[in-house]
Design a protein around this ligand. Structure first.
Ligand SMILES: [Fe+2]
Ligand SMILES: [Fe+2]
Length: 346
C-alpha cells in the first residue's frame, strides 16, 4: 500500500504550513500550493488521495477548483476549509460541487488529525477494494480461459473420435481447420470468426460415427446403395450438434450438414444452391476436398498441389463458391506450409 498523498491549496501560507506539519506527523505526503491553477495542473497528472482546499482564493474560487478536480478524480475525498461565519449556501454549493468534508478555521490540530486519519483509512480501504476487484477480474479471466481450453479439448476429442472410425484420414481434420482459417483471414474476418471455424471445422465428419465400419473402411469404391448410407453422415452430425449450447458445437453442426452441398445445387443432403449454403459450409467444402486430393487414400495416390488447384478452379461455380476458390488460391503459399505439417497460430 502506498503512502497517502495530500494536495493542500490555500493562498495563506501559514495555513499550508500548519497542514503540512499535521500531515507529516501522520506520515502523509503533502504537496502544498498557494495557486489553485498550479494545484489543478498537479492533480490532473499525479496520484492524489486527499485534497484540502480553501474557498476564498484570488485566482479561482474553491468551489470552481473542486468542480475542476472532479473531472480528473470523480471519487477523491475533498475537504473544504471554511470559516465558522460562512453561510449555509456556501456549504451547500461546496457539497454540490463535490466537497465531502469541511474543516473550520481557525484550524484545530485535533480536528485536522482526526479528519485526515479517518480519510486516510477510507482511502486505504478503497484502494484495497480496488486491488481485490482487479485480482478477482484476473481470476475470472483465467477461469474463462481454462473453461475455453477445456471446451476446445473436448471438441477435438470428439472430432478425433470420428477420425478413429475412419483411420485413413490421419491428420485430415486439423489441416481442414487450418485451411479454413486461412480462407477466413483472406476474407478479412476477425479473430473470433477464425477461432470459431478453427474449432468447429474438425467436426465436419463427426456423423461418420453413425456409419457402419464396413462402409467407412471399405478399400474400394462405394455401390450406389453404400454411397446413400455414407451420405447420411452430414445429417447425423447435424442432429448430434444442432442443439448444443457451445457456439463451436452448434457451428460444427451447421458445417457437418452443409460441407457436401455444391454451389450449383447438386450436392447433398439438401441440394442447397449458391449463397443458400452457409459461408462456413462453403469454406469447409473447399478445405475438405483440397485435403482429400493432396493426401493419399487407399483408393488413390496423393495429387500434386498444381493438379489439385486446377481441379478447384475447374469446379468454380459448379462444386465450389468461385470467390472462395480465388481466396484459397491467393493464399496458396500458406496452404502449402500447412500441408507440409506447419501448425497455424491463432
Ligand atoms: Fe464429409
Ligand atoms: Fe473430411
Amino acid at each position: 500500500m502506498h503512502d497517502i498523498n495530500i494536495v493542500s491549496v490555500d493562498d495563506n501560507i501559514v495555513n499550508l504550513l500548519l497542514i503540512e506539519a499535521f500531515a507529516k506527523d501522520l506520515k502523509m505526503n503533502v504537496h502544498s500550493f498557494t495557486s489553485a491553477m498550479e494545484a489543478l495542473t498537479y492533480v490532473s497528472c499525479n496520484p492524489v488521495d486527499i485534497i484540502l482546499t480553501d474557498y476564498m482564493m484570488p485566482e479561482m474560487h474553491g468551489i470552481d477548483f473542486i468542480k475542476n478536480v472532479r473531472q480528473y478524480h470523480p471519487d477523491l475525498p475533498i475537504v473544504m476549509i471554511t470559516a465558522v461565519s460562512d453561510n449555509n449556501q456556501l456549504l451547500l454549493d461546496a457539497l454540490e460541487a463535490g466537497a465531502m468534508e469541511f474543516l473550520n478555521k481557525p484550524l484545530n490540530p485535533a480536528e485536522i488529525k482526526a479528519r485526515l486519519t479517518s480519510l486516510a483509512k477510507l482511502c486505504k480501504s478503497q484502494l484495497l477494494l480496488k486491488d481485490k476487484a482487479l485480482l478477482l477480474e484476473e481470476e475470472v479471466r483465467k477461469s474463462v480461459c481454462v473453461i475455453e481450453e477445456r471446451e476446445h479439448e473436448a471438441i477435438s476429442v470428439l472430432g478425433n473420435a470420428a477420425e478413429y472410425k475412419d483411420p485413413n484420414t490421419g491428420t485430415h481434420i486439423t489441416r481442414v481447420a487450418s485451411y479454413s482459417v486461412v480462407i477466413m483471414r483472406g476474407f478479412g474476418k476477425n479473430i473470433q470468426e477464425q477461432n470459431i471455424i478453427f474449432h468447429s471445422a474438425p467436426l465436419h465428419d463427426i456423423g461418420k460415427i453413425g456409419i457402419p465400419d464396413s462402409i467407412l473402411t471399405k478399400p474400394a469404391s462405394y455401390t450406389p446403395e453404400e454411397f446413400e448410407i455414407m451420405k447420411r453422415h452430414s445429417q447425423i452430425g447435424y442432429d448430434m450438434l444442432k442443439d448444443a449450447k457451445s457456439p463451436y458445437l452448434r457451428q460444427g453442426g451447421e458445417i457437418a450438414l452443409t460441407h457436401h452441398e455444391k454451389f450449383n445445387g447438386a450436392g447433398y443432403p439438401n441440394g442447397l444452391k449458391g449463397l443458400e449454403i452457409p459461408l462456413y459450409g462453403r469454406i469447409v467444402a473447399i478445405a475438405d476436398v483440397f485435403d482429400a486430393l493432396t493426401t493419399s487414400r487407399p483408393y488413390k495416390e496423393a495429387w500434386s498441389i498444381e493438379k489439385s488447384i486446377s481441379y478447384l478452379k475447374n469446379e468454380k461455380g459448379s462444386h465450389f463458391d468461385p470467390d472462395i476458390v480465388d481466396v484459397f488460391v491467393e493464399n496458396i503459399q500458406e496452404i502449402k506450409r500447412i500441408l507440409n505439417g506447419e501448425m497455424i497460430t491463432l
